[in-house]
Design a protein around this ligand. Structure first.
Ligand SMILES: Cc1cc2nc3c(=O)[nH]c(=O)nc-3n(C[C@H](O)[C@H](O)[C@H](O)COP(=O)(O)O)c2cc1C
Length: 146
């Protein structure tokens, strides 16, 4: 199944998660930074995953712009999921849930709960086990697609 993981990453942690997920999803999958993405990448994509760091309780601005550019029904027939990276704070917001809500609003079929991955400080690194968690999350997506 052709899959695309669109992500933003400032310090590199979200990129590591995005690339691990794409690798686990298989040969037809790739991860692309929102900075290199254009709408032509969506052609033929059957599974779309969007990931962002939480920045001020929200997904990164360019990710929001991309999501807001999608027209109603544009992702009809597309399976989708979202994740974010965040620090361990008592109140940290939830970018992944916001992304999934938007994807659903434009017709995507959300196949798994939004997932958080944790970094130790603003620039990381990822907490131990988070890369393995990304692999397991991707495996769960594959199971849910069956
Ligand atoms: C300006 C700024 C605002 C942030 N706001 C939040 C926040 O509201 N909640 C949170 O959990 N983490 C917040 N963080 C931490 C980021 O989520 C963290 O830097 C990010 O997960 C690192 O991902 P990256 O390495 O892919 O850039 C913030 C970081 C920055 C630089």
């Amino acid at each position: 199944m052709k899959s695309l993981v669109i992500y933003y990453s400032h310090f590199g942690n979200t990129r590591v998660i995005a690339e691990r997920i794409a690798r686990q999803l298989g040969e037809e999958s790739k991860a692309i930074s929102i900075d290199s993405f254009d709408m032509s990448y969506l052609k033929g994509v059957k599974l779309l995953i969007v990931g962002s760091p939480i920045l001020g309780w929200m997904p990164y601005e360019k990710i929001q712009t991309f999501l807001n550019s999608l027209k109603p029904g544009e992702l009809k027939g597309v399976k989708a999921a979202s994740f974010d990276t965040r620090v361990k704070l008592f109140i940290h917001g939830d970018a992944a849930a916001k992304i999934s809500k938007k994807l659903e609003e434009v017709g995507a079929d959300i196949v798994i709960k939004p997932q958080a991955f944790y970094v130790k400080g603003q620039s990381g690194p990822l907490f131990p086990g988070e890369i393995e968690k990304a692999k397991a999350w991707a495996d769960m997506i594959k199971i849910n697609l069956r």
